[in-house]
Each structure stands twice: as C-alpha cells, then as structure tokens.
Design a protein around this ligand. Structure first.
Ligand SMILES: [Zn+2]
Length: 327
C-alpha cells in the first residue's frame, strides 16, 4: 500500500473485468487528504474505500480533493459518489469532463452500435457488445458538485511537494499526469503502464482524431522528462527501463505492419475492421474484448490512413479498408 513517495498510498480497487483492479492513490497533506482516481462506481469500490479510510484513520470530510487522470469508467466512475460522500472538489482536465459527458450518455451506446456494425461485426455480436456498453453506464456516477479544470503546466501540491500537471493523449484524450520534477516521478494514470501498452482505440466518427499519433507524441514528450518512477493506474510502481519508450513504440509499429500485411493480402477486394481485428486478436476475441479489439484495430487503421498507406471507404453501411495503391 505504501509507495516510494512518502505519504502517498497506493490503493488497489477490485474491478469486475479481465483487468481485475485499478490503482487509486491516497495522498496526505497534514490533516487533509486527496484521492487520485477513485475507481468504478460499484459496491465493491465503496466497501474498499470505507475499509481503507478506516485503516488509515481518515474521515471522509478530511478528503478535500479528488483528482481524475482520465475519463475511463474504471478511474472516473466513482468520482461523483465520492464527491457527495466527502464534499471534496473534483479536479480533472476540461477534456475529461467533456468526454465523460459525451460518452456516458444513452446516445453513445447507439453511436457505439453503429460503429460495431460498420466495422463488419456480425449483428448479434454487435448487439451483445452494445448491451455490455450500456451496462457500464450504471457504473458511473455523474459529478454534480464543484469541478476544477486542470491545465497543462499548472502546479499543485501533493504530500507537501510540487507537482506539475502534464497532459497527454492516445489512451484517453485529456489524460492528466502528475509530475514531480525533483524526484522524476510520475503519477500517470494509464499514460505509462509497466507490462502492457494501454489500449489505444478509435471509433470512426465525424471527428478528426488519430489516437495512435497522439499516443506517440505523448510517449515522446514523457521520454524527454527522464521519468525514473511511475505510479501507474494498473499494476505495481515501476522504474521504466532505458528502452521502455522505444519498445512500446516498436510494439505499435509491429502491429501497424501486421495490419498493412493483412490489408495487402486482401487485395482489391478490401477487408473490414472486424476481419482485421480477428486476425490481430484471434486468441482473445470474445464479447468482452470485442470492443477493445475493434477500437484498437481502428486506431491502427486510422493511423495508416492518415499516413496515406491505407484507404477507408464507407459503402453499404460498412467500412472497407484497402491498400492505398492503384489496382
Ligand atoms: Zn485504466
């Protein structure tokens, strides 16, 4: 529960997913406390917090600030409830609030379903996955109290030390990391994870996004900071090896090559995002993972499309992906 940073505790909150926990951080500043990423809105989360606060002898009203690294349900979901329980201010990037509002609305389940269908997934599977999406809506409690906007370069105090607000993207746009320059330590949410690259997903919608490019930019910016210690959103505290950044980028470049190869094989007939994802993630393709597999595939297709190596055409209610060469 203790971390290498004094007065910053790592709290492992169980999750009902294959990724079975999320890390919250509880930070002491004298008699006041802050929480970073309170978890998903479930009874298990609530019980974990009651137990943790009891163990550390913290009263709910001692919690003055709730910080959210990004809008994903496992980090953001419990924030509203915790705010009503403690009276704390919620702090996140403006983009986090905006994305949460957009994604945690009924309209989004419908947009998701459209994307699944257009990606070429069988209709029954699309319905199943969309149903899982709408279930998730019940594990997010809206934030109704005071909201503070965190801006890039802002300085805050955690455990008596200054932290700079660092913004990043890719896994979730508007992600916030808390950077302790003196200790070269990052409380990073899912910006940097030890064993796995965070899931980089895209849904073909009207916006101009290119999350993989955004993630590469984030990695490059963080590499320049010479991060020595990461307090991540999942998994143990770690020290990135010297080739850490290089190998995360190499992992995605390999996947980009794999996608190019699959689309090349398909030739002039083209292929669908679903077919590509089945090849990329054949071992893990089930209902639970379908949304991640499709989103991850789409993010890589999108990157290659912007590089003008692939073409994506919508016709007959489906996206077809072609190699960008004249046949
Ligand atoms: Zn996460």
């Amino acid at each position: 529960m203790k971390t290498p940073l004094k007065q910053i505790y790592q709290i492992r909150i169980p999750l009902p997913f294959r990724l079975n926990h999320v890390n919250s951080y509880l930070v002491q500043d004298g008699s006041f406390w802050s929480v970073i990423d309170p978890g998903l809105d479930t009874l298990v989360t609530e019980k974990s917090w009651v137990q943790t606060l009891h163990q550390l002898n913290v009263k709910p009203s001692d919690i003055r600030n709730i910080y959210i690294t990004h809008f994903h349900p496992d980090h953001y979901g419990f924030a509203g409830k915790m705010q009503r329980w403690t009276g704390a201010e919620v702090n996140a990037s403006g983009e986090t609030y905006a994305l949460a509002e957009r994604y945690y609305s009924q309209g989004q389940s419908e947009r998701n379903l459209h994307f699944y269908l257009k990606s070429g997934i069988p209709e029954t599977l699309a319905q199943d996955v969309a149903e899982l999406d709408s279930k998730l809506l019940h594990q997010i409690s809206p934030i109704t109290g005071t909201r503070v906007n965190l801006l890039e370069g802002d300085s805050i105090v955690l455990a008596g030390e200054p932290y700079e607000i660092v913004l990043g993207g890719g896994h979730a746009e508007g992600s916030v990391g808390f950077w302790n320059a003196e200790r070269q330590a990052l409380i990073g949410g899912d910006l940097l994870l030890q064993k796995i690259t965070p899931n980089i997903t895209y849904q073909y919608e009207e916006d101009e996004g290119n999350p993989l490019e955004s993630y590469f930019a984030t990695l490059n910016a963080l590499e320049r900071r010479m991060v020595r210690t990461v307090l991540p959103g999942h998994g143990p505290v770690f020290q990135p090896q010297t080739d850490y950044f290089e190998s995360v980028i190499a992992h995605h470049k390999e996947r980009l090559d794999h996608v190019l190869g699959i689309v090349h094989e398909a030739g002039s007939a083209g292929t669908t995002i679903y077919d590509i994802s089945m090849r990329l993630f054949s071992k893990v393709f089930d209902n639970d993972n379908a949304r991640f597999a499709l989103g991850e595939t789409a993010a890589h297709v999108r990157y290659l499309e912007r590089q003008k190596l692939l073409r994506v055409q919508e016709s007959g209610g489906k996206y077809s992906v072609f190699e960008n060469v004249p046949y």
